[in-house]
Write a protein that binds this ligand. Structure first.
Ligand code: ZN
Length: 196
């Protein structure tokens, strides 16, 4: 949908038709029903919904591109929580500056997540280095991140498992999906209200 380009499923978002005629994101890619794929890019979403999917599914869908974007962000935030919880359960998670820094030094940190309001962490040299090496991304607040890892607050965490880290990176990008429209610069470091 959208640009009609071809890409691997991991680079796209699967859309399914909900029972009310709404278009729902299926981030795990496992929901039953007719599917369509769209790049998680504002311009592809704008072109793909409702026009592209209506044509492809030969039905009138009830969602517009803005609603789909909000649904993608919300689903991505839920998935981020689930992935972090699952990393914690399987002991593939480091929480807090000391543990994350240790994991980075041992080469075990696949992805570091820094809360957007964790200024002290964000300013530290080792986090800045991880950011510039593409090993760290910003998501949520200390409270939302803490919630997801079962602590009151968490400024920085690291996922040690490569597949979980890959899924997490993808979900964090989706949680920051910009508003539908023509191509533009999209700021990515603002926590959205859908994060909770
Ligand atoms: Zn596209």
């Amino acid at each position: 949908m959208g640009c009609r380009g071809v890409a691997a499923p991991g680079e796209m978002v699967r859309l399914v038709l909900g029972s009310n005629g709404d278009v729902l994101p299926d981030l795990a890619g496992k929901a039953f029903g007719r599917g369509a794929w769209v790049h998680p890019r504002p311009e592809c979403v704008a072109r793909g919904v409702p026009r592209g999917v209506s044509r492809s599914w030969r039905t009138t869908v009830q969602s517009n591109a803005v609603e789909l974007t909000l649904a993608v962000r919300a689903a991505a935030s839920r998935r981020i929580g689930g992935l972090l919880r699952s990393a914690g359960r399987s002991r593939q998670l480091a929480v807090g500056s000391l543990a994350v820094r240790g994991a980075l030094e041992r080469g075990q940190a696949e992805l570091v997540v820094v809360a957007v309001d964790a200024q002290a962490s964000a300013d530290s040299a080792w986090v800045r280095q991880a950011v510039s090496a593409g090993q760290a991304v910003a998501w949520g607040t200390k409270e939302t991140l803490g919630d997801a890892v079962g602590r009151g607050q968490a400024g920085v965490v690291a996922v040690l498992h490569d597949r979980l880290a890959r899924e997490l990176r993808r979900s964090i990008a989706l949680a920051h999906l910009g508003p539908p429209g023509p191509e533009r610069e999209v700021p990515t470091n603002h926590p959205s209200t859908e994060d909770r």
